[in-house]
Design a protein around this ligand. Structure first.
Ligand code: ATP
Length: 387
């Protein structure tokens, strides 16, 4: 059993705003939890506090119910793999992998067997006599993993372990990591800023922003039911599109967007929370796949001018300026043309994911249909999801 529990974990560096702010989270025995978030959100600091490499400002780290916050790293029986692998350059692969076992005075025959087994599992058997400088990036990565796994730690921590590998190798190492986890079932916390890695590897994902936990859940939960605008914008590629819309209605609820009154089907049942926002502005979220090339009978169509077209083989991504808030009638009456809202990364572009056959050119207007049944709504002030 190795359950890791973080209780109100907080870290402040020199009196500035907290790098990690009151994070409480439980990682189950054998679970693969991914900590994800943008650069500087506090992921590595959390990992280092679990490992005992960083002092905790307040809060606790518990392993199997026992507070280990004051314990030195080596007493915690945790193995960590770093982004730069941190292999000992003067030691061979065999020596690198055996090092932690030697420190624990594991008898030589057992040590040799354990290293050989792990090396075999990781496809390193032929490389045991090499030094790190004679290995490729992927092989070094494997040695770092092997070195951490060989001693069967209670908890396995990985800090962006794949970020130094090329794209193809990253995909195959991702599969390898998943396979290793299936086999060993060691409680694992994995840090990445890559939401694809998070979605494919995590049993659960914890999303962080500015030191605060935003949501914890399965990849599907985070994708299908994001708790707030930040999570909605972070999970999914390309990112969700956002626009401010004015809601109207009673029986039928509509959202005014770029001259359209989009009817929200079955709004009372699907989004009961919208009732409180009628007459005011909310943030509409649409994933790029909720926009498609418009056909003749489509009810909700916007005309856009592509600013970029990215052909990706199976599909195309069209980038265009975000539609504006409110209806065109209102714009005419008031003379005020609102500006397009920014997404969480500060851009004012929307993306549509269309089929590879779509005939598109930069600058040539194109009509896109909006599938309103796939809409998300967020409170315009708090950013919390409205459901
Ligand atoms: P990245 O993905 O870029 O590695 P991260 O999410 O892992 O980022 P952390 O490395 O945990 O982020 O850093 C969180 C915040 O704490 C950042 O603002 C960072 O500048 C700050 N920070 C981290 N270590 C220290 C330190 N030793 N002294 C001062 N500030 C620090």
């Amino acid at each position: 059993m190795s359950i890791v529990r973080l209780e109100h974990l907080t870290k402040t560096f020199g009196g500035r705003t907290a790098a990690v702010d009151d994070v409480s989270l439980s990682i189950d025995d054998g679970e693969f939890l991914v900590l994800v978030g943008p650069s500087g959100c506090g992921k590595s600091t959390i990992l280092r506090m679990i490992a005992g490499l960083e002092e905790v400002t307040s809060g606790d780290v518990l392993i199997d119910g026992e507070p280990v916050t004051a314990w030195p790293p080596k007493q915690r029986d945790i193995a960590m793999v770093f982004q730069n692998y941190a292999l000992y350059p003067h030691m061979t692969v065999q020596e690198n992998m055996a090092f932690a076992l030697k420190l624990r005075h594991v008898p030589a025959p057992q040590l040799t067997t354990q290293v050989a087994d792990t090396a075999h599992l990781l496809g390193l058997s032929e490389l045991l006599d090499r030094k790190p400088k004679a290995l490729s990036g992927g092989q070094r990565q494997r040695v770092a993993m092997g070195r951490a796994l060989v001693r069967k730690p209670r908890v396995f921590l990985l800090d962006e372990p794949l970020s130094n590998l090329d794209a193809k190798l990253r995909v195959s190492m991702r599969a390898e990591l998943a396979r290793l986890h299936q086999r060993y079932r060691i409680t694992t916390v994995y840090v990445t800023h890559d939401q694809v890695e998070a979605m494919t590897l995590g049993d659960r994902i914890a999303v962080l922003d500015q030191g605060r936990l935003q949501q914890v859940g399965s990849p599907e939960e985070l994708y299908l039911a994001p708790a707030n605008r930040f999570v909605a914008g972070f999970m999914g590629s390309p990112s969700m599109n956002f626009a401010t819309v004015r809601l109207r209605g009673g029986e039928r609820v509509t959202a005014a967007l770029d001259g359209l009154e989009l009817e929200i089907p079955d709004a009372a049942r699907r989004y009961p929370g919208l009732a409180e926002h009628l007459g005011s502005a909310v943030v509409l979220g649409l994933r790029p796949a909720a926009l498609s090339l418009a056909g003749p009978g489509d009810p909700a169509v916007i005309e856009v001018v592509p600013l970029g077209v990215e052909a990706l083989g199976d599909e195309k991504h069209v980038l265009f300026e975000a539609p504006r808030d409110g209806s065109r009638d209102e714009q005419r009456q008031t003379g005020v043309v609102p500006v397009a809202v920014e997404d969480t990364s500060g851009t004012r572009l929307w993306t549509a994911k269309v089929t590879q056959q779509a005939d598109l050119a930069i600058g040539r207007p194109v009509r896109l249909a909006i599938d309103v049944s796939k809409a998300y709504f967020f409170d315009a002030t708090s950013g919390q999801a409205i459901a």
